[in-house]
Design a protein around this ligand. Structure first.
Ligand code: HAM
Length: 421
């Protein structure tokens, strides 16, 4: 027997109904915000991800050589592929370019509940807008998606990595290592990197700063600790709060948090993470922010901002909050009884289906009572029994599977009888 690979999942019908529901809510909301769908390959050149994804992601890549000797990697996320696509082909579109995508991504992580090696993201990006309105728009879409799914417990943490970067007088590679240690709250690594760089004095202010989280007053506290660095970044966050209010985002929905550092290396401005407090250790359901990749991939300088929500975790959060409504049931299950009724039964089920009803038909030739058990087990609203004698009279027996009530209906009235009983 074969086991599925570690860190992967099979999803049964009940799971898929929930997953499609969540994905559809995101897609509908993104479309209603003017985002358009794109799709990129499942694997890319390895270099696309080693260029700027940073020390957090590179060791987690699934890499392989194809038969032509090319170095490839399964996508660990969508932002780098979408920006590659943008620079190569979408640059001529009118700005801003607002795109979304959904699909599977791969990271070699230590699997646990809510953390997988293949998982699914709902991803949106805005390229070429002005920074502030674009950042606010992506935040509104991310938070709006959570609301559209029916999640009540949403906690957004908003920071600005530009502020931390302006405080770190190092080149990009060293900045990445310091930021990575802050993201992981790995203070041993932080000390050793800062010692190596001869700036051990930065350790204390950095640690104090990333511990700050709360309302706008923490921005003053952080500004004081950082002694004048990042003043523009602090002003930016205050302006962002004004726009979020206009979007109808409640102040209780988010906090400013100087400790949002993000695991990916390309962020340069506003950054955010969204938690669902119900989920335990892997409670982060989404993250994003403003970044710089287009220039790196050979494009011009434009504003880039976006986010990804983890589909697997969103579904878990919705389950924890009881947000899912019961799935739409099958309207009718058609049961041919006796010899010579099958063709007529197929005609009946086809008519129901053509009328937009969800209808199934016996495929095994079971007896009527076993078939009624089956109709019950699959949750059909009605069973339609077609016996030889009834067919001759142009009629069928319709059984309400909830109440057990049965009545004879003329075949010409069947659609109506099921549609509005
Ligand atoms: P990320 O924070 O690496 O951001 O991933 C986004 C979300 O994917 C996380 O918040 C989490 O819900 C989910 N996730 C991450 N790893 C796993 C895992 N191993 N198992 C299950 N779910 C997971 C990005 O990927 C950026 N590309 C987001 C972005 C778009 N930034 C700008 N544009």
């Amino acid at each position: 027997m074969f086991e599925r690979p570690r860190g992967t999942n099979d999803w049964g019908p009940e799971d898929m109904t929930k997953r499609r529901f969540v994905e559809t809510r995101f897609i509908q909301l993104a479309e209603s915000f003017g985002f358009r769908e794109v799709s990129t390959p499942t694997f890319e050149s390895l270099e696309l991800f080693t260029t700027k994804s940073g020390p957090g992601i590179v060791p987690q890549l699934y890499t392989f050589k194809d038969r032509g000797g090319r170095d490839l990697a399964l996508r660990p996320e969508f932002t780098a592929p979408i920006l590659r696509f943008y620079v190569n082909e979408l640059r001529s579109l009118p700005k801003p370019v607002k795109v979304y995508t959904t699909g599977n991504v791969f990271r070699y992580e230590e699997p646990q509940k809510g953390r997988y090696r293949e998982f699914f993201q709902l991803n949106a990006e805005i390229i070429g807008g002005d920074p502030l309105p674009s950042d606010a728009e992506v935040l509104a879409l991310a938070i709006g998606t959570m609301r559209a799914i029916g999640l009540k417990q949403v906690k957004v943490r908003i920071g600005n990595i530009g502020i931390l970067r302006s405080f770190l007088p190092f080149g990009p590679a060293d900045q990445a290592l310091v930021l990575h240690s802050l993201d992981k709250r790995n203070f041993e690594m932080l000390e050793s990197e800062l010692t190596r760089l001869g700036r051990k004095d930065l350790s204390e202010p950095l640690r104090k700063t990333i511990a700050l989280s709360g309302d706008a007053s923490i921005l003053d506290a952080a500004a004081k600790i950082l002694g004048g660095a990042g003043s523009e970044g602090f002003r930016y966050l205050r302006d962002l709060a004004g726009l979020l209010k206009a979007y109808g985002v409640a102040e209780s929905d988010y906090a400013f948090d100087m400790g949002v550092v993000r695991g990916l290396d390309y962020y340069t401005g506003m950054v955010f993470e969204i938690d669902s407090p119900n989920l335990g250790a892997e409670k982060q359901v989404g993250g994003g922010g403003a970044y710089t990749l287009a220039e790196l991939f050979g494009g011009e300088r434009v504003t880039q901002t976006g986010f990804a929500l983890g589909l697997d975790r969103l579904v878990m959060a919705a389950e924890a909050e009881g947000a899912f409504e019961p799935a739409r049931p099958l309207d009718a299950y058609v049961i041919p009884i006796g010899e010579g009724t099958r063709e007529k039964a197929v005609e009946v089920v086809t008519t129901l289906r053509n009328e937009g009803l969800w209808a199934d038909i016996d495929l095994i030739g079971r007896g009527p009572s076993k078939n009624l058990d089956y109709a019950n087990a699959i949750g059909a609203r009605f069973a339609v029994l077609l016996g030889e004698r009834e067919l001759v009279a142009g009629r069928a027996t319709v059984r309400d599977m909830t109440s057990g009530a049965q009545r004879e209906v003329a075949l010409v009235d069947l659609v109506e009888a099921i549609r509005s009983p």
